[in-house]
Design a protein around this ligand. Structure first.
Ligand SMILES: NC(=O)c1ccc[n+]([C@@H]2O[C@H](COP(=O)([O-])OP(=O)(O)OC[C@H]3O[C@@H](n4cnc5c(N)ncnc54)[C@H](O)[C@@H]3O)[C@@H](O)[C@H]2O)c1
Length: 444
């Protein structure tokens, strides 16, 4: 519960403060509050010096994208598992003809004054601490999606980034891809008509099976991997890459792909990156396809969300792989029957009878990683800025909140909080951190 995360704040305090738009007090900040000299400023001609937290997966891929920028240099790598770092160490060494500095505890990396920005490539259970500690240490960040494990974390992260005035790009790179930009422009132009129904989906065959615990390999600080989550015995098949199927460490498919595809719907239904958020969410989900699988998040889930101003319905759906193509996408349906569908690789507009209609491609934009580097230098907000991605991420969490609660959940965007009791007890709303970890709480 919140009050246990930070004994000086009750949930009522938090909500009241958010509602009143109260200024941040210093209370609740962690030990990483930046000293003035740590507030790095990178001028247009400077190299941006980066460190990566979480190697071997998407963080490593982000690092490689950023290393292609001529004004970026990677100085340090951090992972709790030695085995995950080898490829990334070799890549940095090959590129710069020098070894990166290696860390197992990201807090040590954050103490370095020469590092301007951090890539957060850890599993979801770590994003809130990694990011809040990074901005407190004066770093800008490229943070992987979903931004958080739960709603309370997302809210505090957004407030922390705003308070420390940091530039954070979230890894929802679809915002920088031409088919999605074109589709969003088309919907916003009004050419489709008044959109009343939207859909976002992802099919998936993932199963983790059932496996016994094993001894933790040497070189792997598993306790630090678990971090603020509940401690569970080490099972390799539930660890690297597979943590996303467990509520303890991830958010299931709603947080994994929902955050990409629901994001496109919310952007199409908005004027800019300040997104509409649902006022009411109902959902059903569970282990229907593989009931004996060890995963704890749904393999099958449908969430229905009601939005006001603009008034429309969003349906999020995930389930096992089947014949419907493409396996993921977003769809907008207008009152006149016109329909726009967009997926990774294309988009199409059709009339009510299914005839394809003419469409225009938007001008290409700079890639997602370049956009962050440019914004770190200009101090403008990047396309997937943290405040906007907190709105999408919380919308995705609400699908899980309603699934876990088994009842309809109400939400108030002005308060960035659930209204009423339904859903508050779920782990997708908030959870108690495992000691000694504490979530720093920032108010709006
Ligand atoms: N943007 C995208 O398209 C995209 C695609 C895939 C994954 N992701 C996101 O990227 C993130 C990582 O996913 P992944 O599939 O690469 O995970 P992964 O499990 O493959 O890699 C995560 C790494 O983080 C390390 N780690 C865990 N705790 C750590 C800590 N406290 N300090 C340092 N290192 C730590 C792990 O040991 C592991 O090597 C997730 O948030 C995921 O949702 C985004």
């Amino acid at each position: 519960m919140l009050s246990q995360m930070n004994s000086r704040f009750s949930r009522r305090d938090l909500i009241g403060a958010a509602a009143a738009g109260a200024a941040l007090t210093g209370i609740g900040k962690s030990a990483f509050a930046a000293s003035p000299e740590a507030r790095a400023r990178v001028s247009a001609n400077d190299k941006l010096v980066l460190g990566l937290i979480g190697c071997g997966g998407m963080g490593a891929s982000d690092m490689r994208q950023l290393m292609q920028q001529p004004d970026v240099e990677v100085a340090a790598l951090c992972d709790v598992d030695d085995a995950r770092m080898e490829g990334d160490i070799a890549h940095v060494e090959r590129t710069y003809n020098r070894k990166p500095t290696i860390y197992k505890d990201y807090r040590k990396m954050l103490e370095r004054k020469d590092i301007d920005g951090i890539i957060v490539g850890t599993p979801d259970n770590w994003h809130a601490l990694n990011l809040i500690h990074a901005v407190e240490a004066g770093k800008d960040a490229y943070c992987e999606k979903p931004i958080s494990h739960d709603i309370v974390e997302a809210r505090s992260m957004a407030n922390a980034v705003k308070h420390h005035n940091k530039i954070v790009q979230v890894g929802t790179w679809q915002r920088s891809n031409r088919e999605f930009v074109s589709a969003i422009d088309y919907v916003r132009s009004g050419k489709l008509g008044k959109v009343v129904m939207t859909k976002a989906w992802r099919t998936d065959p993932s199963q983790v099976g059932n496996h016994p615990p094993q001894a933790v390999p040497s070189g792997f600080d598993y306790d630090m991997w678990v971090g603020p989550a509940h401690f569970t015995p080490y099972v390799p098949e539930y660890t690297h890459g597979q943590w996303r199927w467990f509520y303890n460490t991830g958010c299931g498919m709603a947080g994994d792909w929902g955050v990409h595809m629901i994001d496109i719907v919310l952007l199409g239904m908005s004027k800019d990156t300040d997104l509409p958020m649902p006022v009411e969410v109902s959902a059903i989900g569970g282990k229907y396809a593989w009931p004996t699988d060890a995963r704890t998040t749904p393999d099958t889930q449908i969430a229905i969300m009601k939005f006001k101003d603009p008034d429309f319905i969003l349906q999020w759906e995930t389930g096992r792989d089947h014949i419907r193509k493409d396996g993921s996408g977003a769809e907008f349906i207008a009152d006149n029957g016109k329909n726009l569908m967009v997926w990774r690789g294309g988009w199409v507009v059709r009339d009510a009878d299914g005839n394809e209609l003419p469409k225009e491609e938007a001008a290409p934009v700079s890639d997602h990683w370049r956009n962050w580097v440019d914004c770190v230098k200009s101090r403008e907000q990047p396309r997937s800025n943290l405040a906007s991605m907190a709105q999408t991420t919380i919308t995705c969490h609400l699908a899980n909140v309603a699934t876990l609660a088994g009842e309809t959940v109400h939400f108030d965007k002005a308060k960035m909080d659930i209204v009423g009791k339904a859903g508050r007890h779920t782990s997708s709303y908030s959870r108690e951190y495992r000691k000694p970890w504490k979530l720093p709480i920032y108010h709006s």
